[in-house]
Design a protein around this ligand. Sequence first.
Ligand code: NI
Length: 386
Amino acid sequence: MKTTIASYLPELTALRRDLHQHPELGFEETRTAGIVAQMLGKYGIEVHTGWAKTGVVGVIKRGDSDRTIALRADMDALSLQEYSNLEYGSVNDGVMHACGHDGHMAMLLGAARYLAERGRFDGTVVFLFQPAEEGGGGGRLMVAEGVIDKFGIQAAYGLHIRSDLEAGHFATRPGTIMVATDNFEITVHGEGTHAALPHTGVDPIVTASQLVIALQSVVSRELKALDSAVLSITQFSSGSAYNVIPDEAVLRGGTRYRSPETGAALLEAMERVTAGVCSAYNARYTFQHMPGYPATINSPAETEAAVSAAGKALGADKVQGNCSLIMASEDFSYFLEKVPGCFAFLGNGTRTRAHRADFDFNDDILPLGIGYWVTLVEQELGERAE
Ligand code: NI
């Protein structure tokens, strides 16, 4: 397997760098999708385009088993100006592959080629190339459009590089691996008046200030200490003059939490505290909750399968099967809401950090990611007797 994969690397490295040079934002990945579809077609794989606008699905069916697993890569880039000395640096101003999605696509395409040409398995492999992971919810849309039922997907696996993990090391965990993130906006409606006559109005700034402090006790006093959660108020805006008490104040921020139950408890407490504080100060309020990605929750059996495949492909000493969870979110969570599966990390090496203007995917790990995917498929879909 290693020699065959090594023979793919010149083409795949060039492809990866071409994708890096031409990054596209969520739901605008038309060039990218065209290349992915063309490569899958070239490998003789059945291709379905137009999923979640710019998503691409490839399918390989072997033998007569009805077992079906999905492997997923994300396709979009970030709104970020690249500053690097790479000869294949981004040619699109303000758009950059700073999260390794260029590498995710190249690794999954390499696995697709290997599995199409010489994969030993009995069942169906579905390759999900999804758009708009970085906030657009491309995974949510693919799931909403019925990708799970349409292809009969029974388990789903995702792989993401990590820049705080040594190159070629692998990390995952059963249960929540990445948290849910929601945003909120609270508008405190007071009654504006002259700054010299506060008793003739209702001061939204004083009310909102109390609210900022009161909300801090939600996580620390209402949630179990082991239920990791964060509530941060990141914007406080109000007023426009030195001598006018304004009509309203707006607070914005976000929450992060690891289970749906914690999310519901947070929301209930935030609304209750907001209502109570505003009532105490004679103010009214509007509370807007903007749900983001849910928590990414790995199922135990599929996590074991991923750890086992990674051990065979990368060496057991490189694999952490119970890494710590990450307080960021991922829209692979929508696939895992429907079917069991495992989201895992592959170390990119610590030379450059993701989401920074000088980030680059480490091409040395291309064969490692491909090896993991192929091993996982051949392990989970059995080997055909030859
Ligand atoms: Ni990413």
